[in-house]
Design a protein around this ligand. Structure first.
Ligand code: HEC
Ligand code: HEC
Length: 506
């Protein structure tokens, strides 16, 4: 990327940047298309090291970098605590925290895969319906999951552990495992004090958790179980073991719930508290996942410091892509700010990926035989809001360390009515996006070229619904413009990443 420095033009650049920096203070940099004809002529003159960008592009660019410091999460009292982060690192990489001892967070969020898994759809104990997002800079987000069904990083971490498709574990097993594993227990007790006697199986039975009513993960697990049984030619109804999810939702007394109900309220409280502490530690660990210095950031630093060497970090193709990104292609309307996301949800009419949904671990895909056995369509945010409201571990819950604080406001202002026919998904960050293929909530696109093609032609877009984004119209980019846009996206890759503090501990 880096080019030989060009010289000259320093004085002109200073004047011109002054104009641009002034412009940042006023107007709406996220609204492309406003001309700055007065400054345009300056831009043409300012050759030398000043990049060939329009003043609009320039002022919008300055808002895209640097990434600010990781904020402290007031709802998590161990946010920023290095001992908790170290415990979190062990938990994140531990396969012991899953039913079959095979799944860790790192299975689907692998440091070598940019904290994603490189798959279209993730595979836990069973196939998931969504694609694993990368976790770089995740501590900056407001909502978690593609549908925003978690409102804090620690709330999020508790979901996969008990999800029957992912770790398929239970909270009593999580705390019993930490208690029984000397390293984990020592780290835990350093941060949170002595653990209750979770090895007392009379008081703390294995496989115990409150089973949420009407949960999508269970609908999916049930559909998978039925389908797998049909594939294996098993007739009739299973009642135990692996297939108990089959009966979920039919008034069946789930064995996990039965075990949970056998505990005293005080012991249930103790288990949930330790479980929440584990989630908060995993969150503290994920605060370390910072990726903030891509060639693009060097370039922006160069603009601020008037340093031609740094400005040369973006080559002409990437600069043309940046101009498109912030202008004609309108990407910046949703992908803005230093994380290249508005932290919000949109219906961008991403095509369906239905055919992949029903794969087994042997790679064979087969949908449920009867359509009524398949769960309803993935409606994204519509269900995300419902599930967030039902969440036991919200930022306003008694498990939060700041239940009435500012984080609560975002939840109080959740939309009441979402349009059922419009599946909205969260705008993902684009930092390191070149490392995190495939793309979109359902992994439908394999390459950045395909993503750009999708925005450019809209040919594969699902039919529009009431809430679809009207701003997304065919862009009529030429093939070389589409390439430039991809080159720009690639300039958001931080290849100076030091993984030593985030890899699996030895
Ligand atoms: C089986 C694969 C799998 C496992 C195991 C898994 N995840 Fe994920 N993770 C995903 C997928 C898929 C999503 C998106 C799911 C969705 O939106 O419904 C996700 C979403 C997330 C997000 C939200 C990111 C964002 O941009 O909103 C975070 C944070 C996260 N996972 C952390 C974890 C942690 C911590 C663990 C372990 C406790 C874990 N994951 C275990 C696959 C997995
Ligand atoms: C209306 C808001 C909006 C606009 C405008 C927009 N995006 Fe997106 N972008 C999104 C949303 C929402 C998603 C996730 C959609 C999904 O998964 O269903 C997304 C996903 C992506 C992804 C996939 C990232 C990943 O990790 O999966 C890329 C790359 C991307 N957009 C690039 C662009 C580019 C380039 C442009 C301009 C041509 C653009 N976007 C314009 C909202 C927008």
């Amino acid at each position: 990327m880096r080019r030989v420095a060009r010289s000259g033009g320093v004085r002109l650049a200073t004047v011109w940047l002054g104009v641009a920096l002034f412009a940042v203070g006023c107007g709406h940099p996220e609204t492309p298309g406003r001309g700055g004809s007065e400054a345009d002529s300056t831009a043409i003159e300012a050759k030398a090291w000043i990049p060939p960008l329009s003043p609009d592009a320039l002022k919008r660019t300055l808002r895209l970098s640097p990434v600010p410091a990781v904020p402290v999460d007031p709802t998590n009292r161990v946010s920023g605590n290095p001992d908790a982060a170290e415990l979190g690192r062990h938990l994140f990489h531990s396969r012991a925290l899953s039913r079959a001892g095979t799944i860790a967070c790192a299975t689907c969020h692998d440091p070598r895969e940019s904290f994603a898994d490189g798959k279209k759809l993730s595979m836990g104990v069973m196939q998931l319906e969504r694609h694993a997002p990368s976790l770089w800079n995740v501590a900056h987000l407001r909502w978690f999951f593609w549908d925003g069904r978690a409102d804090s990083l620690w709330n999020q971490a508790l979901v996969p552990l008990e999800d029957p498709l992912e770790h398929a574990f239970t909270r009593s097993d999580v705390v019993r495992t930490i208690h029984g594993e000397p390293t984990l227990r020592t780290l835990y007790e350093t941060v949170f004090g002595p653990m209750p006697p979770f090895d007392d199986a009379e008081r703390f039975p294995p496989a115990a958790r409150p089973v949420p009513a009407d949960d999508r993960a269970h609908q999916l697990a049930a559909a998978h179980a039925k389908r797998q049984r049909a594939r294996a030619g098993i007739q009739g109804t299973a009642t135990t073991g692996e297939h108990h999810t089959h009966l979920y939702g039919t008034g069946f007394y789930h064995p996990h719930q039965r075990a949970w109900d056998s505990m005293t309220p005080e012991d249930q409280e103790a288990v949930t508290r330790a479980f929440v502490n584990a989630g908060k530690s995993i969150a503290a660990f994920q605060e370390r996942l910072v990726s903030a210095r891509a060639p693009f950031d060097v370039f922006v630093e160069g603009l601020r410091e008037h340093d031609p060497d740094k400005v040369a970090a973006l080559d002409p193709a990437a600069l043309r892509g940046l101009e498109l990104f912030t202008g004609k292609a309108q990407c910046i309307v949703c992908h803005h700010g230093p994380l290249f996301t508005d932290y919000e949800f949109h219906d961008t009419q991403v095509p369906s990926n239905e055919s992949l949904l029903w794969s087994d671990s042997d790679g064979q895909a087969e949908p449920p035989r009867r359509p009524e056995d398949a769960p309803p369509e993935d409606l994204g945010r519509v269900h995300g809001v419902e599930r967030l409201r039902a969440s036991e571990f919200g930022v306003g819950s008694r498990w939060s360390d700041d239940p009435n604080g500012p984080s609560r406001v975002k939840v109080d202002y959740l939309p009441r009515h979402l349009h059922e026919g419009s599946p909205e998904f969260k705008t993902p960050s684009l930092r390191n996006v070149a490392l995190t293929a495939p793309y979109m909530h359902n992994g439908v696109f394999d390459t950045l070229e395909q993503v750009v093609e999708f925005y450019n032609t809209r040919e594969t877009a699902r039919p529009a619904s009431g809430q679809s984004e009207r701003i997304l119209q065919p862009l009529h980019l030429s093939p070389s413009e589409a390439e430039d846009l991809v080159t720009f996206l690639e300039s958001l890759t931080d290849d100076s990443l030091d993984l030593s503090s985030v890899r699996a501990p030895r």
